[in-house]
Write a protein that binds this ligand. Structure first.
Ligand code: 13P
Length: 250
């Protein structure tokens, strides 16, 4: 790990009603009231964002959106403005998650516009990249993730890029229980880090079937600064265990 502190990010995807989200926060804060050894952020669905923001106010737990619009207001039916994220206390956003790319047609160009907008408004983007099983098997991982990464950060200064986070999430590892091996993920992440000026200073997270049992082996790698976690971030106890085990590798 290069960063001062690991980052554990919980992407709840389309899970949790408002009461479940606020219960999670209460439970987690009871387990880890002043946990300073890692940075931790949760990404609830939009409907639970405001209530989750109220529940975690004043704590070290961060809040983010799972996506956002690249425009700040106007005729964009169904979209969520970055100003609305800030209004709920969310200062983070996941951009370019593979599920958004696959099911909502998000393009590299749209993701790039969103990164520019997020930075302009002081929201930290976690830019997600990752190759399919087919690209992985064909040896195209490097070309694919470097193309996604350079496209996402096009037109930004190295200083702006350094304010972002990247998540390397091989699609074949998401929700399958088949995590990448920590050394293999580290090699890809080293290539991502070398692909755009500014990324040498950013945190790069691994994502894809991260659990409390394997997070320590990932953050022990030199280019892995934390994890973007789906399934194992849904229970407060499991999220707390992820935080503890990420810290143990310092
Ligand atoms: P899982 O941790 O459930 O594999 O999901 C990873 C992910 O997509 C996080 O954004």
């Amino acid at each position: 790990m290069l960063a001062e502190r690991p980052l554990v990010a919980g992407n709840w995807k389309m899970n949790k009603l408002i009461a479940e989200a606020t219960d999670f926060v209460r439970e987690l804060l009871a387990l880890a009231p002043d946990f300073e050894a890692v940075d931790a952020v949760v990404f609830p669905p939009f409907t639970a964002l405001a209530a989750t923001g109220e529940a975690l106010a004043g704590s070290r737990l961060g809040l983010g959106g799972q996506t956002m619009c690249d425009n700040v207001s106007g005729a964009f039916t169904g979209e969520i403005s970055p100003l609305m994220l800030l209004d709920c206390g969310a200062h983070w956003v996941i951009l370019g998650h593979s599920e958004r790319r696959a099911y909502n047609g998000e393009t590299d160009a749209a993701i790039n516009r969103k990164v520019h907008t997020a930075l302009r408004l002081g929201i930290t983007p976690i830019v997600a990249v990752g190759e399919s099983a087919e690209d992985h098997a064909a040896g195209r991982t490097h070309d694919h993730v470097v193309r996604q990464t350079t496209a996402a950060f096009e037109g930004l200064t190295a200083d702006d890029v350094a304010r972002c986070v990247v998540a390397y999430e091989p699609i074949w590892a998401i929700g399958t229980g088949l995590s990448d091996s920590p050394p293999a993920a580290n090699r890809v992440m080293e290539q991502i880090r070398a692909s755009v000026a500014g990324l040498e200073q950013t945190r790069i997270l691994y994502g894809g079937s991260v659990k409390p049992e394997n997070i320590g082996a990932f953050v022990a790698q030199p280019h892995i600064d934390g994890a973007l976690v789906g399934g194992a971030s849904l229970s407060a106890q499991s999220f707390y265990d992820l935080m503890v085990n990420a810290r143990a590798q310092e």
